[in-house]
Design a binder for this molecule. Structure first.
Ligand code: PAF
Length: 280
């Protein structure tokens, strides 16, 4: 497995693989890898990738000044060992100065899907994500890019960026990976105390209960989002949002119809903000 630090070397690696006739996939991450990230490599292979590059870059411009950029967990040696064992072909782990050698005055901005849900409390976050992912695409030159459904809004925003800016890249969205007790895997779970972690199970539990209600015929989404908010609060969480939206265009969806619908949520347990979602 090759460890690559510069954009120039990254582009060369990717072009060399393509000259060999290989299909290149990128799995963008911020490191501190867990099984959720590793499942994205499986999804890349299942989508037809012959060469998989995982990027590890904690992107400063997607964190607001009051957020956890400095304390975001990092463990490059452990990540590299996991990726080697998993059979990744390359890791692209640039320094901040490689990605942003000068102050950023040019950004990629998505103006619709990136406005609601998480953007209500993180208004600049998705501009940082679209900008860095566009840069990572230009560095890794992939045929396929794989993102996780856990960051559902991010995945929709990035699909829209690929569509609107004509990146010649096939987007694959891989399912959420959960712990045995239902908690969605996340690098930020590390911040939770054992007690907070137990209380945070209210997220997946209430989403599962909502799904059963829909399967039993409930169509009124306001009832379900109110139920989920109540469950989270009863568990001591602080709700950021619980919303029912169209699973693709993220438009509010008050009544369950024929089209796939998603309930997405964010909530704090202690100082840790967690997100989760379910699609019916
Ligand atoms: O989902 C993440 O880990 C990040 O937002 C991403 C897509 C790697 C961009 O920094």
């Amino acid at each position: 497995m090759q460890i690559i630090r510069t954009i120039k070397d990254m582009q060369k690696w990717s072009m060399d693989r393509k000259k060999e006739g290989k299909t290149v996939a990128v799995v963008p991450t911020m490191g501190f890898l867990h099984e959720g990230h590793l499942s994205l490599i499986d999804a890349a292979r299942a989508a037809g990738a012959d060469a998989v590059v995982v990027t590890i870059f904690v992107n400063p411009i997607q964190f607001a000044p009051n957020e956890d950029f400095d304390s975001y967990p990092r463990d490059f040696e452990h990540d590299a060992a996991l990726l080697r064992e998993k059979g990744a072909d390359a890791v692209f782990a640039p320094a901040v100065t490689e990605m942003y050698p000068a102050p950023v005055t040019c950004m990629v901005v998505e103006n619709k899907l990136s406005k609601g849900l998480c953007a209500k409390t993180r208004p600049t976050h998705f501009n940082g994500v679209t900008t860095v992912v566009a840069k990572l695409f230009n560095a890794t030159l992939p045929d396929i890019a794989v993102f996780g459904q856990k960051d559902a809004q991010q995945a929709r925003v990035l699909k829209r960026m690929v569509r609107d800016l004509n990146f010649p890249i096939r987007m694959v969205i891989a399912p959420i990976v959960r712990e045995a007790d239902g908690l969605a895997k996340s690098s930020r779970n590390k911040y939770l105390s054992p007690e907070e972690r137990g209380r945070a199970l209210a997220l997946s539990r209430s989403l599962r209960a909502a799904k059963s209600m829909v399967e039993a015929g409930e169509k009124d989404m306001a009832k379900l989002t109110a139920f989920i908010s109540k469950e989270i609060e009863a568990a001591g969480g602080k709700v950021d949002y619980v919303e029912a939206v169209d699973a693709e265009d993220l438009e509010p969806c008050p009544v369950k119809g024929e089209k796939p619908l998603m309930i997405a949520l964010a909530a704090w347990f202690g100082t840790t903000r967690l997100i989760d979602n379910i699609v019916f």
